[in-house]
Design a protein around this ligand. Structure first.
Ligand SMILES: [Zn+2]
Length: 126
């Protein structure tokens, strides 16, 4: 990913998150102690670079973390998580997004998520 594209992607994610929370650029500037023009430049498609510390401050102000504001990784770089059947030797890898999704289901429903093992057909508890 080109540097310009990278900053623009993060800027877009910041803008979306800010709008989701119903916060104006002025309010975000106040929360982070940055100027309104700095925030506006980050969100626009102009080349506005910023530090990791700035990204962290903005993420905190938006009640999120830096990772969630970074561009999504391509299919070639998907981070995978190991999934192992406790009954047999079956082991597979699932994308981290899927793993996080299953985790959030677990948190919302307060129930264990069960998948069927393709080899032994027993339940794999996540
Ligand atoms: Zn199994």
């Amino acid at each position: 990913m080109e540097e310009l594209e990278l900053y623009n992607e993060i800027g877009k994610n910041i803008k979306n998150k800010r709008k989701e929370l119903g916060i104006t650029q002025e309010e975000l500037a106040k929360l982070t102690n940055y100027s309104v023009s700095f925030i506006a430049n980050i969100e626009s498609i102009t080349f506005q670079s910023f530090s990791i510390a700035a990204l962290n401050n903005i993420a905190k102000a938006l009640h999120t973390n830096m990772i969630s504001l970074l561009p999504k990784v391509s299919n070639y770089e998907i981070i995978r998580k190991k999934l192992k059947c406790e009954h047999c030797e079956y082991e597979t890898e699932i994308p981290i997004e899927l793993s996080d999704f299953l985790k959030s289901i677990k948190e919302i429903t307060h129930k264990k998520v069960r998948l069927t093992c393709p080899t032994c057909n027993k339940k794999i508890v996540i």
